[in-house]
Design a binder for this molecule. Structure first.
Ligand SMILES: CCCCCCCC/C=C\C/C=C/C(=O)SCCNC(=O)CCNC(=O)[C@H](O)C(C)(C)COP(=O)(O)OP(=O)(O)OC[C@H]1O[C@@H](n2cnc3c(N)ncnc32)[C@H](O)[C@@H]1OP(=O)(O)O
Ligand SMILES: Cc1cc2nc3c(=O)[nH]c(=O)nc-3n(C[C@H](O)[C@H](O)[C@H](O)COP(=O)(O)OP(=O)(O)OC[C@H]3O[C@@H](n4cnc5c(N)ncnc54)[C@H](O)[C@@H]3O)c2cc1C
Length: 701
């Protein structure tokens, strides 16, 4: 569609919106309510905002990472929120075809803004984030381009990146197959070198070798980085990436030998169904030899395999990059859900009315606080560990460019483990936020059902969370087994003090004693070290290490979680050692840091007790301190979620509105449902009235 087509659609769309709100007013008046009078301009949360004990504007900057990052993100959020083309409230009601067309329209409009406003890549990334609709562009920019950047030679990058960055081609990342996802080495698609023609023949030999799942593949992509078994001279040489054109650049039809389509509807309405996850089969499709990504291995014109000095694991490098971005995204998704649940918990009142006065705000119930505030603290914890992980990834990338591969295993373990930890917790956290909002949380207009449906596949894509924790376990077991002769570094440096961590026990004697970063870190280090060493000791009893690893895998997963939680706690504490300007900002973050750590300690107290590091009394003191900390969070709760700086558009939730004007807007939204277009429902005369009018022959009923 041309750009004039897009603006016509946009105009039509805003006319529909105006029409809907007119209808709504008339209908509401019909019920004797003047909603317009009630609704506008009042901040129902202003009393809550006055309670803040810290400088909110400074906290916004601490959350964003810097003043520049805050300003950039704020500019992009407002650009999207103020553009009617990005309206999203009808999304859950659209059929699949309309949904996809709507997403293509938004992606086109987004691209027009990027080009017209000459946005930088960073600005464009934030723009796409705030458009808040999974689209083929996520995979094009998030995986296709990074795969070429990470695994292509200089020549290949020179050829393909300009085309991709100008969107003259659209690409996706085609790794997973119908029969193989986690086991990448088990992929069946073949790329056989033909020395006669200097080409690779891409082929799908079985049904299970069909590529299955790649986002953007179904309908949008013209190209893909396809992962396939390299076969040269009849021999298998491991899995590699190949750039393959799938569709004509003229009419978008599949090229000869290519079968491609969408894999069908996924969980939830709207949600991830805006994405065209696809299926792809090759029937002896030929591509030039130079379309194999050759940074790791090269195939020469003569059919020789040449290995460069980069490790073969670099073929998995795109996954390391994306896992790192997924950790940063976890804090965004969790903070969105928490923002909704916190604001609504301050508006919602139940029980406790005295002398006809107002009922109690549900946020004042200790049970509500003990469920909500750890989620709030976790959102901040994930934000800061995400920031650190980005630094770690940038450092690894620079080292790789200089052929230093020493930190790759650590980067792999950290990205895999933290991706797993943060996405599992966030998925559960969003669902908990729905429950914290009671019945109204189940309404699509709360924003929570769609957020949940969009988010949960993060526990699976880019590596199933259990499979990834097992990778961390391998890294830990290796670290433990090498302790006698190799000094552990980075996130496993604490293992270097394993003797004292195994012997020393917790010294905390009072609840206040837990407000000590040293005591907290030592508790998490001791628990993680003891669990890893215990697994190592158990493993040593098996003659066959692989058999032992399989047998003990559930325990190994728990040890990996303990290690990853230690990383998050430590990075939060390290963040607080930096200069954080603004009245009360650092102190408030300290409270959240202790909430995060002591909540985990309370939740996993079985581990801390079983490893013998804590006594039951010390665990109980931690819980006492946690209650005190919740009281400290309470006055700051609303402003802590305001500090995320989310627009109402991005939140997409009536319950989470900035002004707290929940009930009139919920009432208004109900009347927007197409079911309320008429008083008598379609189907009434066919299916309901005959029942009402029936004359039963027997008197039995
Ligand atoms: C800002 C934009 C962001 C946009 C993002 C958009 C998100 C859009 C949403 C969804 C997109 C989703 C995309 C996908 O899902 S793509 C497909 C992802 N697939 C997977 O993640 C598969 C998971 N499986 C694996 O990663 C691996 O196969 C494995 C880790 C399970 C390994 O299996 P195994 O067969 O045992 O291992 P190998 O023999 O192959 O290798 C072992 C060796 O290699 C090390 N290693 C493994 N992975 C990595 C890695 N990524 N980096 C570095 N090193 C790695 C491993 O540690 C072993 O090392 P060794 O012990 O020293 O031998
Ligand atoms: C929304 C979505 C988008 C996606 N986008 C893409 C994309 O763009 N490109 C792409 O290539 N792929 C994509 N994928 C595929 C995704 O990467 C895989 O689904 C994922 O890696 C998990 O693999 P699997 O489906 O084979 O799960 P399986 O490995 O079959 O997992 C099934 C179960 O087996 C367990 N299991 C598996 N192996 C082990 C083991 N060794 N030990 C113990 N338990 C094990 C798992 O924990 C899980 O419980 C996407 C998937 C989804 C859901």
């Amino acid at each position: 569609m041309g750009l004039s087509g897009i603006s016509l659609l946009t105009t039509t769309y805003s006319l529909i919106l105006q029409h809907q709100s007119l209808l709504l007013c008339l209908r509401a008046k019909g019920f004797g309510l003047d909603l317009k009078k009630d609704m506008e301009g009042v901040d129902y949360l202003s009393d809550e905002r006055k309670k803040a004990q810290f400088d909110v504007e400074a906290m916004k900057i601490a959350w964003a990472g810097s003043l520049e990052a805050f300003q950039l993100s704020d500019r992009m959020a407002k650009l999207v929120a103020n553009d009617p083309a990005f309206e999203k409230f009808t999304r859950p009601m659209l059929g699949r075809k309309e949904l996809i067309k709507n997403t293509l329209r938004k992606a086109a409009h987004g691209w027009k803004l990027i080009v017209d406003l000459r946005l930088t890549e960073e600005e464009a990334k934030w723009l796409r984030l705030y458009i808040d609709e999974p689209a083929y562009t996520d995979l094009h920019w998030g995986m296709f381009i990074p795969a070429i950047e990470g695994q292509g030679t200089e020549e290949q990058k020179k050829k393909w990146l300009p085309l991709a960055k100008k969107m003259q081609i659209i690409g996706c990342y085609a790794q997973t197959e119908l029969g193989h996802g986690s086991n990448v080495q088990g992929l069946e698609t073949t790329a056989t070198f033909d020395p006669q023609t200097d080409e690779f023949i891409m082929h799908s030999p079985t049904l299970t070798s069909s590529k299955w799942w790649p986002g953007g593949l179904g309908k949008a992509s013209t190209h893909a980085v396809v992962y396939a078994r390299l076969i040269v001279g009849g021999e298998f040489h491991g899995v590699h990436g190949f750039i393959v054109q799938l569709r004509s650049l003229d009419d978008h039809s599949p090229l000869p030998g290519v079968t491609v389509g969408d894999i069908g509807m996924k969980f939830g309405n709207g949600a991830y169904n805006t994405m065209d996850n696809g299926v792809l089969r090759f029937d002896h499709v030929r591509i030039p030899r130079d379309q194999m990504l050759m940074r790791v291995s090269q195939v020469t014109r003569e059919g020789k395999i040449m290995q460069s000095d980069v490790p073969r694991q670099l073929i998995y490098g795109t996954m390391v990059y994306v896992r790192q971005t997924i950790v940063a995204d976890a804090s965004k998704a969790l903070s969105r859900a928490v923002c909704i649940a916190t604001r609504y918990s301050a508006i919602r009142r139940q029980f406790g009315s005295r002398n006809g006065g107002p009922e109690t705000q549900v946020i004042d119930y200790k049970t509500q606080q003990s469920r909500l505030f750890p989620l709030l603290a976790s959102a901040y914890a994930f934000r800061f560990v995400g920031e650190w992980l980005k630094w770690l990834y940038t450092d690894v990338k620079e080292r790789l460019a200089a052929n230093d591969f020493s930190t790759l295993p650590e980067a792999h373990a950290c990205t895999a483990g933290l991706k797993s930890l943060t996405t599992s917790f966030t998925a559960d956290g969003i669902e908990e936020c729905r429950k914290l909002c009671g019945g109204h949380g189940y309404l699509v207009s709360s924003g929570l059902p769609e957020l949940f449906a969009v988010y949960i596949p993060a526990c699976t894509y880019e590596g199933d969370n259990v499979v990834l924790l097992l990778q961390v376990a391998r890294f830990l077991v290796k670290t433990v087994s090498e302790l006698g002769y190799k000094k552990p570094v980075g996130t496993t440096a604490y293992m270097g003090r394993v003797a004292s961590l195994m012997q020393n026990n917790c010294a905390v004697q009072t609840a206040e004693g837990w407000l000590n970063p040293g005591a907290v870190v030592e508790a998490f280090e001791s628990r993680a070290a003891r669990m890893a060493v215990r697994c190592g000791q158990q493993l040593a009893k098996y003659e066959n290490p692989e058999e032992g690893f399989a047998e003990l895998s559930a325990d190994l997963v728990e040890a990996s979680i303990a290690h990853c939680q230690l990383i998050v706690v430590s990075k939060f504490i390290e963040k607080l050692q930096q200069d954080i300007p603004g009245k009360g900002v650092k102190q408030t973050l300290e409270v959240l840091c202790y909430v995060y750590a002591l909540f985990l300690l309370h939740k996993h107290q079985g581990d801390f007790l079983a490893t013998g590091y804590l006594t039951p009394k010390q665990a109980s003191l931690a819980n006492d301190q946690l209650r005190t900390l919740y009281s400290k969070v309470r006055p700051n709760a609303i402003t802590l979620v305001d500090s995320f700086n989310y627009t109402d558009h991005y939140l997409g939730s009536i319950l989470g509105r900035y002004d707290g004007n929940v009930y009139p807007k919920l009432y208004e939204a109900a009347w927007k449902d197409p079911l309320n277009d008429s008083d008598v429902v379609d189907g009434f005369y066919e299916y309901v009235q005959p029942i009402l009018k029936q004359k039963l022959r027997t008197a039995k009923l």
